[in-house]
Design a protein around this ligand. Sequence first.
Ligand code: GLY
Length: 349
Amino acid sequence: MNQQTVTVDLGDRSYPVEIGSGTRYRLAEHIPANARKVAIVTQESIGIEVDSGVDQRVFHIGQGEEHKTIDTIERLTREWTQWGLNRNDVVVGVGGGIVTDVAGFAASVYHRGIPVIHVATSLLGQIDAAIGGKTGVNLAEGKNLVGTYWQPRAVLCDVDTLETLPARHYRAGLGELAKYHFLDDGQMNELSTADLIDGRLAADELIERVVASVQLKANAVMGDEREGGSRALLNYGHTLGHALETLGNHELLHGEAVAIGIAYAAEVALDMGRIDAARVEQHRAVLAGYDLPMLPPGAPRFDDIAPLLARDKKALDGITFILDSAQGCEVVTGVDIDLLAASYERFVS
Ligand code: GLY
């Protein structure tokens, strides 16, 4: 069995991320000896069964961002109380980013915090959402505006679970994967050439990319757990991406929006003289290699996008973008709105 482990080293809160074929069958190894019950949080459509080795019960949450709410947290925690889940017990999130964000948040506040393990079943979850302890729910005013940092006890990334992922969701995961090509010193680009077969990576290429991405994510989390600085670089492509998701009422999948956001961020960096045209072409080549979209559907007007850029969670000082440079990506605050508008017009024309 091809399995590899990346450790997120956070002292006494360190944990393994187990990547490969069949890692979900190792769940019981990570359940503490004194746990008596395990609450499995998942969605009906996921259909992945896990065995914790102790008394377990499944708690379903609804499909879609509209169920990632405080109401869902209240319902889950009330059901756990009625079942008798206590502070020695464990929550296991089985699903993509919505499930692991919700399961992690509910675990972090239940009895002031009980252990959580994630079995990530989407590509996006395996290379990003399930790792690093960010949890949260949405408000009507925006995505992930209420949440906690709550590191899991283990993350199981079983690549076999991706086989049943719908093609569009798989491709959206590639959008987050593309991001890592610009956040390292070229290591991702040295991997074997990605040949998509029917929109998917071959098993070995997939595992090597998931391992490399998880290592980059782990490094970012170990270096800046609570996003005081460098962890924000993981949001490359997300400033425009989040705005497009909100504007389109989440019709665009997150990874698709990130891919478009990466293509736009390259244009902004070009207009600011931070990178040259060849580097913009590199961005486009990586995105094209994963068959990702590079233009917003329906060409929304910049005037509709601009207010959403300023509402981004990273926007501490005016409009904040992660932008590439000869030294790599950097967090750039106070980006000029007129420059952003001009870059956008050129980008969509
Ligand atoms: N998804 C970005 C982060 O975990 O920081």
